[in-house]
Write a protein that binds this ligand. Structure first.
Ligand code: ATP
Length: 486
């Protein structure tokens, strides 16, 4: 196994072992590409969401949030183009009965050529694939798979079916009698809930263009192949913001949001070199510019966030399908128009995976006989599930009581853990493994002079500090303010 695959395997098993992520319905052998967040995972996920929400909504006077329902009128998905166009080209291998995305098989082949230095071949295949995708030419995609002798990774054969389109939306029935009711869809993106509420928010909030509407929430896609853990799930969460602008100004705003969103990632302290933009050559039918923010996961650079200039496509279509005017009167130009939209769309689960992958570290610590490997999750302290762990040195002499006293104050501000089992060293390791930035040890001296030992996760340094100063020290390094004020 390569070191890289090894790292990813370690991250996934660590996520389970320490209560971050469990396979859904595990006791029934799981449900493919659906995951549950455990006791530490839910805290980390909430903290990422809060970081996003506060940076987008709290720090921008002209952005407000909403929380739209998952179910929407079925016409929404006709107007948005999802009923007709939200599909992936798929191909089955007749021997293994496994289904693949045709474009991904080709992408992987291009990567293989690149790795072997066959850049001409890679470029030719990439051009041919883009042309086939652009023309929606499924026969051409099939022919490319055959021509480049791509084999099924499971069966090893080239016994392929034709390439077909596969709609990714889940549908269900609304109402008690299936025959009488309309099919409704589980939303495949949160954005449409924002578009259909555009005028509600604009009018009731007296919003002036340019302004944004932000939302976080579940989205559902029946992904053909779901792998790489929570990278590609069938139920996931998005954090999206639609920014409504005057037509003709969208490119400036596109550039603005591209940079602003990259800065949001970098503010967490991850190295710049782990990120890159991937500008789209093949644009979706509604977009006039699009880029992905990609992160270098252990299995390569992959999209975490998309920034799309969506023109007036969505609002115009909703206006047409609903028969309701979705226009804005601009007092500055004294004219009515359908605004253009620049969207930022990030997957919360993918961001979670990104943080786990960049935080997971194995370090050699100690000397001689006491040498050991410590596993530490070097998460940004502001996002760590538990901010501070509080340990009485022993279970007697009034130390637990003193520790609880400290905990009772600190828990009003921070997520805290109290632990008295095992040696202190073991307790430190358990908290290193879930990324707790601070551990406090209460000892006999604490009873005498109201000081404790404060131990820092990353440096493992310890210092004696006054109990009265704990809240300030911990707060300074774990509050979102410490990121925003940079
Ligand atoms: P991909 O090309 O990886 O399928 P996409 O371009 O379809 O993604 P968008 O529709 O732009 O993705 O969605 C915005 C963000 O939502 C993505 O950048 C990603 O972080 C997240 N996302 C999309 N699909 C999934 C999924 N199946 N599982 C987890 N996150 C997802």
């Amino acid at each position: 196994m390569s070191q890289i695959e090894d790292l990813f395997k370690k991250v996934t098993s660590h996520a389970k072992e320490y209560g971050f992520i469990f396979q859904s319905s595990e006791i029934y052998d799981g449900l493919s590409a659906v995951y549950d967040y455990g006791q530490n995972g839910v805290e980390l996920k909430n903290n990422i969401r809060e970081y996003w929400w506060k940076s987008m909504v709290q720090l921008h006077e002209n952005i407000v949030g909403i929380d739209a329902a998952i179910f929407m009128h079925p016409q929404v998905w006709k107007a948005s183009g999802h009923v007709d166009g939200f599909s992936d080209p798929m191909i089955d291998n007749k021997d293994s009965k496994k289904r693949y995305r045709a474009d991904q098989l080709l992408e992987e082949q291009i990567e293989k050529y690149e790795k072997k230095g066959k850049t001409d071949k890679a470029k030719a295949l990439s051009d041919a694939m883009n042309a086939a995708l652009n023309d929606n030419n499924l026969v051409a995609m099939h022919d490319l798979i055959v021509e480049h002798e791509i084999v099924c990774p499971i069966s090893g054969t080239r016994n392929w079916t034709d390439v077909r389109q596969f709609n990714l939306m889940f549908s269900t029935q609304m109402g008690s009698v299936a025959e009488d009711s309309d099919a409704v869809y589980l939303r495949p993106e949160t954005a449409q809930g924002i578009f259909v509420n555009f005028l509600n928010v604009q009018k009731t909030g007296r919003m002036k263009i340019p302004f944004g509407i932000a939302q976080t929430g579940k989205a559902f896609r029946n992904e053909i192949i779901a792998r790489q853990f929570i990278m590609r799930m069938r139920e996931f969460e998005q954090m999206e913001m639609q920014f409504f602008v005057r037509p003709g100004t969208e490119m400036e705003w596109f550039e603005h949001w591209k940079q602003t969103r990259l800065n949001w990632h970098l503010a967490l302290g991850t190295a710049n070199t782990k990120y890159r933009f991937h500008d789209h050559e093949k644009l979706a039918h509604y977009a006039n510019a699009a880029t992905d923010i990609e992160f270098e996961f252990p299995f390569g650079f992959r999209e975490v966030e998309g920034i799309h200039s969506r023109t007036d496509f969505d609002l115009r279509n909703h206006q047409e399908f609903s028969g309701k005017k979705l226009q804005y009167f601009d007092p500055e130009t004294n004219s009515n128009y359908i605004p253009y939209v620049v969207e930022t769309s990030i997957g919360l689960d993918r961001m979670f995976l990104l943080l786990m992958c960049s935080a997971y570290k194995e370090e050699e610590v100690g000397e001689g006989d006491r040498k050991e490997t410590r596993v530490v999750l070097a998460l940004p302290p502001q996002l760590a599930p538990v901010k501070v762990a509080i340990f009485p040195l022993t279970k007697k002499d009034g130390l637990p009581e003193k520790a609880r006293e400290i905990m009772d104050v600190l828990k009003l501000s921070f997520r805290c853990h109290y632990e008295e089992k095992d040696a202190i060293g073991k307790r430190y390791r358990r908290h290193d493994a879930i990324g707790t930035p601070f551990c406090i040890t209460v000892d006999h001296e604490s009873l005498e002079n109201n000081t404790v030992t404060l131990r820092y996760r990353d440096s493992m340094q310890q210092e004696r500090v006054a109990i009265a100063d704990l809240e300030k020290i911990i707060g300074e390094q774990t509050s979102l303010r410490s990121i925003f004020a940079r």
